[in-house]
Design a binder for this molecule. Structure first.
Ligand code: SAM
Length: 280
């Protein structure tokens, strides 16, 4: 653009995101509980259950030892909240001891919290097995990951922070194997019920920065988090972006008006939503 203003603005955004997450890393899990009244745990549990990670017992019955398990990439994986659930589900529900997760994040402080959590895990400690690994990377440039190598790509509450979301979606498409699944859990910019939306916005713009100030002495970072939700595309716009990257969006058939019918699942009145795409 003229005079490179857009580039300057983008760099400012990326550095703002870095500062915010470096600042919130140590309190991140506690703050999530406080701000969402613990509901983020239910959303994450539901998200992971809906993906059913791990090789199904029936498909391994003939030669269980030969099956390598799935390779899952948890982008913006931060403190490892999603990765832990993915591994627990694969292990306890599908009896799959091999499926592994690469936790990737742009922020070294957030990854350090994840490393701490897994270092003490009796099941997934990186020194006893290779089920967890860590990768510091920008989701918009996953050159460390080979094309067509990932079975499942997850991103929870991360993509709204990316500067170039479409580029990140294209990278997701590149690294996934054909038949691989892209899955995103993210806040939505508004609830469909205007009354509930008003109540919710009062809570998020009023209480969340205040909790940030009182508990973490950091009002600004939490103000940013609330504002970044407001700027995220609507469910149908985001489903369109996933399609544009080349994915098939399950249930995402276009209706008579050319609008996507329902290529996503709303959670808790549409405060958050799950989007999925399959690489053909
Ligand atoms: N997925 C975790 C969860 O659900 O608890 C962490 C979500 S946290 C709100 C957002 C994460 O996105 C932060 O750890 C941040 O560092 C990461 N992030 C922001 N921009 C990124 C980018 N461009 N590439 C990769 N990670 C990014």
């Amino acid at each position: 653009t003229h005079f490179g203003f857009e580039t300057v603005a983008e760099e400012l955004k990326a550095s703002r995101v870095r500062t915010v997450f470096s600042s919130v890393a140590a309190n991140y899990d506690t703050m999530n509980d406080l701000m969402s009244l613990g509901i983020h745990r239910l959303w994450k549990d539901h998200f992971v259950r809906s993906l059913n990670p791990g090789i199904r017992p029936a498909s391994t019955a003939s030669s269980p030892q030969a099956t390598p398990g799935q390779t899952i990439l948890d982008i913006a994986g931060g403190t490892g909240d999603i990765a832990l659930r993915l591994l627990d589900h694969a292990t306890t529900i599908n009896h799959d001891p091999r499926t592994n997760v690469i936790i990737s994040d742009i922020n070294p402080e957030m990854l350090a919290e994840g490393r701490k959590r897994f270092a003490t895990s009796p099941y997934y400690s990186t020194s006893t097995n290779r089920r967890v690994s860590f990768l510091e990377a920008n989701a918009e440039d996953l050159s460390a990951i080979v094309s067509n190598s990932i079975d499942l790509y997850t991103v929870a509450f991360g993509i709204r922070n990316f500067t170039h979301k479409q580029v990140a979606l294209q990278e997701a498409f590149r690294v996934l194997k054909p038949g691989g699944v892209f899955a995103c859990l993210e806040f939505t910019p508004r609830l469909s019920n205007p009354l509930m939306n008003g109540i919710y916005k009062r809570w998020s713009f009023g209480a969340i920065p205040l909790i940030g100030q009182v508990v973490a002495a950091d009002r600004e970072s939490y103000q940013y988090l609330v504002e970044s939700i407001e700027r995220f595309p609507s469910q149908s716009e985001f489903a369109g972006m996933i399609e544009e990257a080349g994915f098939m969006v399950p249930g995402g058939e276009r209706g008579v008006e050319g609008e996507l019918e329902s290529g996503w699942e709303d959670l808790s009145l549409g405060i958050a939503a799950i989007h999925k795409g399959v690489k053909p």
